[in-house]
Design a protein around this ligand. Structure first.
Ligand code: DX5
Ligand code: ZN
Length: 218
């Protein structure tokens, strides 16, 4: 399973170094949480941060848009150098159009479901996405508790994909993944786990935390 550190938990004063550190520690991709203070009760990064980080690393940059009117932000983030842009199905009445706009930019497209949203809400979108992100916390903050019931959605998404040759999306989990949880995520066949506070915290350095996560998944 790939590990995608979320820089939301990193030291904002040293973001470039925070990304270099996880890259050196074997991160598979960088998860960038974009929040507008409307769709979620927090504010974070704009496209400028993606532009800066694009110069820092060759790792794939995945942008998790937690914003209203996500359509307005597709082009700016694609131009800034995002490799994948993910939109919440709950954030727009025109999710199909938003995903098409992402693909038009040549960027990979992902759809995200909140803890209260069933997989059936995105079943008609599955042929149009490269990634499905299952939230295991209510989005807005790092360091929240993992909502375990959501793992059933991982089973569902893996089963649907594996019985249909036309579907090839990656399944990703985001929120509350730590050394105690990562095995339950990996054993469901999840492709990518996001980890924020489990990677960036005061208890140990990033390399030690990444190693512990990788080891705990088996
Ligand atoms: C929550 C974000 C997550 C979060 C993960 O809104 O989408 O990516 O930063 O942080 P942890 O791993 O600490 O829950
Ligand atoms: Zn996220």
């Amino acid at each position: 399973m790939q590990i995608a550190p979320s820089i939301l938990s990193a030291d904002f004063g040293n973001l470039a170094q925070a990304v270099r550190d996880v890259a050196a520690a074997g991160a598979d991709r960088i998860h960038i949480d974009v929040m507008d203070g409307q769709f979620v009760p927090n504010l974070s990064f704009g496209p400028q941060i993606v532009e800066v980080l694009r110069r820092v690393t060759d790792l794939p940059l995945e942008v998790h848009l937690m914003v209203e009117n996500p359509e307005n932000w597709v082009k700016p983030f694609a131009e800034a150098g995002a490799d994948t842009i993910m939109v919440h199905v709950e954030s727009t009445p025109h999710i199909h159009r938003a995903l098409a706009q992402i693909r038009e930019t040549g960027t990979k497209a992902g759809v995200v479901i909140n803890p209260g949203t069933p997989v059936s809400a995105v079943s008609f979108l599955l042929p149009s996405v490269d990634q499905v992100l299952v939230m295991t916390v209510d989005p807005g903050f790092s360091g929240q508790h993992f909502i375990a019931e959501n793992l059933e959605k991982v089973d569902e998404l893996v089963t649907i994909r594996d019985r249909d040759d036309e579907l090839n999306y990656l399944v990703e989990v985001d929120g509350g993944v730590n050394v105690d949880r990562i095995h339950s995520v990996a054993s469901r066949g999840c492709d990518i786990a996001v980890a924020g506070s489990a990677v960036y915290n005061d208890e140990a350095d990033v390399a030690t935390n990444m190693k512990a996560l990788r080891k705990a998944q088996w």
